[in-house]
Design a protein around this ligand. Structure first.
Ligand SMILES: [Zn+2]
Length: 203
C-alpha cells in the first residue's frame, strides 16, 4: 500500500501538481485505497465466491439474468469502463444460485481488464462450474478512455459476446436469448447507477 501511495504522489508531482497542497494531501492515500478496492477481484477465488451455491435440478430451460451492473478498469488507460452484463445458460443437471452470477461478474470486473476478456472469463467460469448445455454472455460497456478523450461519441457502447455450447451451435437458442435481451432499446446505465459510480470514485 505504501508503494502504491508513493507512486500516486510521484504521479501528482510528475503532472506538475504540488502533492503537499491541502486539497491533495490525502489524495495518494485515497487513490491507493480506491485502486485496491477496484482491483480486489485479483484476490478472490471462484470457490469462495460461489460458496457451494450449486444445486442439482431437473430443470433444463434457459436461465437468464439481465442487467447486471459492472464497473471495471481498462487495462490500457486505467480508466473506468462500465455498463451491463447479461448472462444466460441452459442447465444440464446443475444450476448456480442466481445471486452468485453478479458476484462472478464482479470478481472479473474488479481488475485491469479489456471488455472482450471480461466477457469470455465470465462465460468460461460458468461453463467450468456447472457444465451447462450452453452459456451466453453479452456485455455492453461505456469506456471513459474513449468518451473522455473524445475518441468516440459519448454515448457509444461497445458490445461483446461469448456464446458456448447450444448458444453457439443452435441459431434458434441464440436468437431466443438475443430477443429476450432486446439490446439497444434503452440507455445502458440508469442515472442512479451512474451517480453511484461517481460517488464510488469520490472516495
Ligand atoms: Zn482504454
Amino acid at each position: 500500500m505504501d508503494r502504491l501511495r508513493d507512486a500516486v504522489k510521484e504521479q501528482l508531482a510528475a503532472l506538475g501538481e504540488d502533492p503537499t497542497r491541502e486539497g491533495l494531501l490525502k489524495t495518494p492515500d485515497r487513490v491507493a485505497k480506491s485502486l485496491k478496492t477496484l482491483t480486489a477481484g485479483y484476490h478472490q477465488d471462484i470457490d469462495a465466491v460461489i460458496n457451494d451455491a450449486l444445486f442439482t435440478v431437473d430443470y433444463s430451460e434457459m436461465v437468464i439474468v439481465k442487467d447486471i451492473d459492472f464497473y471495471s478498469l481498462c487495462e490500457h488507460h486505467i480508466l473506468p469502463f462500465f455498463g451491463r452484463c447479461h448472462i444466460a445458460y441452459i442447465p444440464q443437471g446443475k444450476v448456480i444460485g442466481l445471486s452468485k452470477l453478479p458476484r462472478i461478474v464482479e470478481m472479473f470486473s474488479r481488475r485491469l481488464q479489456v471488455q472482450e476478456r471480461l466477457t469470455s472469463q465470465i462465460a468460461e467460469t460458468i461453463d467450468a462450474t456447472i457444465n451447462p448445455q450452453g452459456v451466453a454472455v453479452v456485455v455492453e460497456g461505456t469506456h471513459l478512455c474513449m468518451a473522455m478523450r473524445g475518441v468516440e461519441k459519448q454515448n457509444s457502447k461497445a458490445i461483446t459476446s461469448a456464446m458456448h455450447g447450444l448458444f453457439r451451435s443452435d441459431a434458434r437458442t441464440r436468437m431466443e436469448f438475443l430477443n429476450l435481451l432486446r439490446l439497444g432499446g434503452e440507455p445502458s446505465m440508469s442515472r442512479a447507477a451512474l451517480r453511484q459510480h461517481d460517488e464510488g470514485l469520490g472516495d
